[in-house]
Write a protein that binds this ligand. Structure first.
Ligand code: SAM
Length: 258
């Protein structure tokens, strides 16, 4: 088979470190009968070992040449598509079971992918993703730390998350310019049922100027909506725990419905 030249526009950094590949597959623990979906299978570094544990795997690959190669493996269902256009909820309904989603994600669109998956969290058992370490640090960050921000709040509301493994640039070909990490994301069983859009808007307003007190940012946002609930705005956005943002979003929804 001809050598594939990595395409920068698709964020192609292929895993070549067999020790790291084995560790990731151990973390995933694929089992026969599960509805596994891989985002960005590329040349199959994770695909092949995962397939050795299960009889079937759905893969989503945007690169036409790579998708053509992957189609040669009969155990793969290849969706040649932009992952941001895939309806994961519909995929789960078609399988009649919740999905296990994995992938060494293209770093240039990793945050949009995480936000695209958020509304489908009910249809998911777990997600194991390789991402920029800096992104994983933000996802799992605690309040009152420099990494705590919009990504932490939006994802911690819906998932339990852990950094499972740090991965150096040398594990890839070509090596990325940043460190990487594998995160495990497990949707929370009974999350507060607030609107993703409203929470997202509220948190974006809060973190729009993170050095300022919330009365200058979130306060104005609440005022514009006519919301009058009690909330301590004499703090900075990074000091507010996830649960308080979620409760505020629920209160705003309640007020709007009243
Ligand atoms: N899984 C392979 C590995 O670990 O060696 C490849 C990982 S590489 C970092 C990212 C993969 O995602 C590439 O195969 C790339 O073509 C694919 N990709 C990039 N953008 C995509 C998109 N919008 N939708 C689906 N796949 C995409």
């Amino acid at each position: 088979m001809t050598r594939h030249i990595p395409r920068k526009r698709f964020g192609q950094h292929f895993l070549v470190d067999s020790f790291i590949i084995d560790r990731i597959v151990q973390l995933i623990r694929p089992q026969p009968g599960q509805a596994l979906v891989e985002i960005g299978p590329g040349l199959g570094a994770l695909t092949k070992p995962v397939l050795s544990f299960c009889e079937r795997l759905t893969v989503v690959e945007i690169d036409r040449d790579l998708a053509a190669r992957l189609r040669q493996q009969p155990q793969l269902e290849v969706l040649e598509s932009d992952v941001l256009k895939v309806d994961f909820r519909a995929l789960s309904q078609a399988r009649q079971q919740r999905l296990r989603i994995i992938g060494n994600l293209p770093y240039n669109i990793s945050t949009p992918i995480l936000f695209h998956l958020l509304p489908a969290a009910d249809a998911v058992i777990d997600q194991h993703f390789m991402l920029q370490k800096e992104v994983v640090d933000r996802m799992v960050a605690s309040p009152c730390t420099k990494n705590y921000g919009r990504l932490s709040v939006m994802l911690q509301w819906r998932y339990e998350m852990d950094n499972m493994l740090d991965v150096p640039p040398e594990s890839f070909d070509p090596p990325p310019r940043v460190d990487s990490a594998v995160v495990r994301m497990v949707p929370r069983g009974q999350p507060a049922r607030c609107s993703v859009e409203l929470l997202s808007e509220l948190v974006a307003a809060a973190f729009s100027q993170r050095r300022k007190l919330l009365r200058h940012t979130l306060g104005q946002w609440l005022q514009a909506r006519g919301a009058t609930m009690a909330f301590d705005l004499q703090r900075r956005a990074e000091e507010v725990p996830v649960s308080e943002y979620v409760n505020l979003a629920l209160a705003c929804e309640g007020a709007a419905a009243a």
